[in-house]
Design a protein. Structure first.
Length: 50
């Protein structure tokens, strides 16, 4: 039997995207060089050139 964990108001809030400013947008959604290396091994920082 399923039970409701969150109240309706909480569900509405959880489903919304929070308001963020431009600085936060860049800070949280811009990949760092380390992120790029992690998602594309062999490219970016630490790449072995042959």
């Amino acid at each position: 039997m399923a039970m409701q964990v969150f109240a309706d108001e909480e569900l509405l809030r959880l489903r919304e995207f929070p308001d963020i400013n431009r600085e936060e947008l860049f800070r949280y959604f811009t990949l760092t060089p380390a992120d790029i290396v992690f998602i594309t091994p062999g490219r970016g920082v630490g790449r072995v050139r042959r």
